[in-house]
Write a protein that binds this ligand. Structure first.
Ligand code: PLP
Length: 395
């Protein structure tokens, strides 16, 4: 059976060149980068070279790159770490956060945990495309606002936020200690959008290597010089004393190599995917009755095409697609054995029934026109069948 992978936003295969760069650091060059002997120094030197490559890519300084296990850890460190550091500096005062409601669960749940501890939260509104309101950000900033967190490009609906403008708003109201900080989850944006931390006035951003053809279990947090964070793991003083634990050297080498590959072929690939994505969106929304694009039609990540298909349940569509060899994803999350509609779609005003019918296709290096046509044809048949089986669906 034909196999078509359209779930690159979930994870991507490691590039052969990345694997090759990593390989020596598993065995021949296996030293612990924190050891003083030559094995250790060999590993440290390669790791620091990688750090420089990552920093240069984002116009950052080397000491501003903290390697860790991925974006989940990076976002936890950024949000919890910033709040705890602020609390130390402001004993007895209540911290305040401004957060978009369309964050990935690793930000959302971290923020909800802080809310349970008494931290005040302002949830931003989004419009029907998932865009945040710049005026609301400006008007919500208070004396005790520690951090504003807005995802760069949304993983479910692909909407890209006005990061440059948000950075400017925050930069203009910062206090002497540099608060509020601007944090953005850039996981889905790293490989397709230019991120310039200086220009965009970003204080903290997170990334995971496996989303851009690097290995799983490694990522980094950009933490601007002068930003105060409390470390979340106790132990050694690795990573500028912000992340205890021996670094994943092969992973870090792989992450830097994967970024280097983005540098060389990104623009062309980004244009190729945009064109494929738009043709696919056009096909789906014109051939499947009531199929609706979710997210913004232009301000969207090149690799994400997301829809709702009223009358057809998301998980059922996924299973049928899988039986045809096609991998996609739905926005619903399984919580306590029950499928919950996507919080992203609900925040955008999508009705819960429609949100249950969501589907995300994410494109990548092996995606081509023929495969998308095949996917579109199969999806049309699947949706038709599921709707016929649904007594509540009215055509
Ligand atoms: C936007 C976004 N943030 C954070 C994460 C978490 O990344 P990881 O699972 O690599 O920690 C993901 C993964 O899907 C994501 O898409």
């Amino acid at each position: 059976m034909k196999k078509i992978y359209l779930d690159y936003a979930a994870t991507s295969p490691v590039e052969p060149q990345v694997l090759k760069a990593m390989e020596p650091y598993f065995n021949r060059k296996f030293g612990n980068p924190n050891s003083v002997h030559s094995w250790g120094q060999e590993a440290r030197s390669a790791m620091e070279q990688s750090r420089k490559q990552v920093a240069d890519f984002f116009k950052a300084q080397t000491q501003e790159i903290i390697f860790l296990s991925g974006a989940t850890e990076a976002n936890n460190l950024a949000v919890k770490g910033a709040v705890q550091a602020w609390q130390k500096q402001n004993p007895g005062k209540t911290a305040h956060l401004i957060v978009s409601p369309i964050e990935h669960h690793c930000v959302l749940d971290t923020v909800l945990g802080l809310k349970n501890q008494g931290i005040k939260i302002t949830w931003l509104k989004t419009d029907k495309y998932g865009l945040v309101d710049l005026k609301q950000i400006k008007n919500s900033i208070q004396k005790n606002t520690v951090l504003v967190s807005v995802i760069f490009g949304n993983n479910e609906v692909g909407t890209i936020q006005p990061i440059l403008k948000i950075g400017e708003i925050i930069k203009n109201v910062k206090n002497k200690q540099g608060y509020p900080y601007f944090h953005t989850d850039a996981v889905q944006a790293v490989q397709y959008l230019k991120i310039n931390v200086k220009l965009m006035a970003i204080d903290l951003f997170s990334a995971s290597a496996h989303k851009f053809y690097g290995p799983k279990g490694v990522g980094f947090l950009f933490c601007k010089k002068g930003v105060s964070l409390n470390k979340q793991l106790q132990g050694g003083s690795q990573e500028h004393n912000l992340r205890a634990g021996t670094e994943n050297v092969p992973g870090i080498i792989g992450l830097a190599k994967a970024l280097e590959l983005i540098k060389t072929n990104n623009f062309k690939e980004s244009q190729r995917l945009k064109s494929l994505r738009d043709d696919f969106i056009e096909k789906i929304t014109t051939t499947i009755p009531k199929a609706k694009l979710t997210g913004h039609s232009q301000k969207r990540l090149p690799h994400i095409a997301s829809f709702v298909m009223p009358g057809a349940e998301g998980e059922a569509m996924l299973l049928h697609l899988d039986s045809k060899g096609i991998a996609a994803s739905s926005g619903s999350a399984c919580t306590s054995g029950k499928l919950e509609p996507s919080h992203v779609l609900l925040s955008m005003g999508v009705k819960p029934e429609a949100a249950h019918s969501s589907l995300r296709f994410s494109l990548g290096k092996n995606t081509n026109k023929r495969d998308l046509e095949y996917t579109g044809e199969n999806l049309a048949k699947i949706v038709k069948t599921l709707r016929q089986m649904n007594p509540l669906y009215k055509a």
